[in-house]
Design a protein around this ligand. Structure first.
Ligand code: THU
Ligand code: ZN
Length: 148
């Protein structure tokens, strides 16, 4: 895992991050007040955005990464090669939750890159954690583990 500043990112990475920041503006998180945005880049070069959408029945919540992945799959554009996830947390790592890691595992290339972006109080990029999905979800379960 690398910790980067926005200035150290490539133009493509900056674009993905900015689209994830924009997606976060659409978050519907009245219960947790924890907004998340995501932007997934497909292997074919298209970008799909997502945000978290909560419900009074908390279990109905959709996570930002899942939303972006579902849009990509719906468009027939899977797999993804990179995803930017943007949130604001003052403790720990701003990385996708376990459910999202598994969801990403299903629809990503093996070497897919995850850019986990933490925002500061002014909603500016504070730091970027760059890693592969394999680093985030080692020894993972996938369709190749299913018996024939
Ligand atoms: N959330 C995401 O959208 N993605 C994650 O990977 C972590 C959690 C959302 C779900 C919920 O709306 C809020 O963040 C707090 O858990
Ligand atoms: Zn999640």
């Amino acid at each position: 895992m690398k910790v980067l500043k926005l200035s150290q990112c490539s133009a493509k990475e900056k674009k993905l991050i900015n689209l994830a920041i924009e997606a976060r503006e659409h978050a519907c998180a009245p219960y947790s007040n924890f907004k998340v945005g995501a932007a997934a880049l497909s292997k074919k070069g298209k970008i799909f955005q997502g945000c978290n959408i909560e419900s009074a029945d908390y279990t109905l919540t959709t996570h930002a990464e899942m939303q972006a992945v579902n849009c990509m799959v719906y468009a027939g554009e899977a797999p993804l090669v990179a995803i930017a996830v943007v949130l604001k947390c003052d403790q720990g790592y701003p990385t996708p939750c376990g459910l999202c890691r598994q969801k990403l595992r299903e629809f990503s290339t093996p070497d897919a890159v995850v850019l986990s972006v933490n925002l500061d109080e002014k909603n500016k990029v504070k730091e970027i954690y760059k890693m592969t999905l394999a680093e985030l979800l080692p020894y993972s379960f996938g369709k190749e583990n299913l018996n024939k």
